[in-house]
Design a protein around this ligand. Structure first.
Ligand code: MD6
Ligand code: FE
Length: 221
């Protein structure tokens, strides 16, 4: 299976490809991969956030998240006092989430294929907005039904330090800088690794201003 392309080969195999950084077996950063798509992506995102505005969700423990979120696609990730779930409906509007833009679908499929995951068909895209100081604490992505599908993560705007850990919460983490246009693809043996994002530093991005936008595309249903 192509998903096993990087398994057991480690950094040596992937480092042979320019612009590809191996994080672990099953996880790569494709540096600048989204750059050619940025203009289209941002225009499409305007429509998404007009229909489903960014909002600060509340964790099951009752904390307001510092990252503002919205979704597009058939399913959207939702957190509230009752827990985390995927839902076809935006609880704020009562309507379905906006459709996944074709630009985003194409980019996700191209990136997944580049990383060795052919046939990726995402049905959910979580859109995260970080303003200075916003952070995402260490977590696993495990609300998706099909753990054989990878996650494709697109970073836009201000750079951030991504924390990439192991399969146990206490495992040591590396700090991976993610900049404008970088795409992370991970799946296979890396799919359940713990990860998070350190507090965003206050800076100004020429295109996006004082924010970082992260798009994570998943097969959730
Ligand atoms: C972020 N990303 O980069 C948060 N999850 O803002 C994630 O939580 C994430 O990048 C699963 C797979 C890739 C990711
Ligand atoms: Fe995550």
């Amino acid at each position: 299976m192509t998903r096993d392309l990087f398994d057991g080969l480690g950094a040596a195999a992937s480092a042979a490809q320019p612009g590809v950084d191996a994080l672990a077996a099953g996880a790569v950063v494709l540096r600048g991969f989204a750059i050619p798509s940025v203009a289209r992506l941002l225009a499409d995102l305007e429509h998404v956030t007009a229909a489903a505005p960014f909002r600060h969700m509340v964790t099951p423990g009752g904390f307001r998240m510092s990252v503002a979120m919205t979704n597009c696609g058939a399913l959207g990730w939702v957190s509230d006092g009752t827990g985390y779930r995927y839902d076809a409906v935006d609880p704020q509007s009562g309507a379905n989430w906006p459709a996944l833009p074709a630009s985003l679908m194409q980019l996700a499929q191209d990136a997944a294929a580049r990383a060795g995951f052919d046939g990726f068909l995402p049905d959910a895209c979580l859109v995260n907005r970080y303003q200075p100081g916003a952070r995402l604490s260490l977590h696993q992505d495990r609300n998706e039904r099909d753990m054989t599908a990878p996650i494709v993560s697109v970073s836009l705007g201000l750079p951030a330090l991504f924390l990439f850990g192991g399969l146990r919460r206490a495992d040591t983490r590396s700090r991976v800088p993610l900049g404008h246009g970088d795409v992370v693809v991970w799946g296979g043996p890396a799919r359940l690794r713990y990860h998070g994002v350190l507090a965003l530093k206050d800076c100004e991005h020429p295109l996006l201003g004082r924010q970082r936008i992260n798009l994570t595309l998943r097969k959730a249903g």
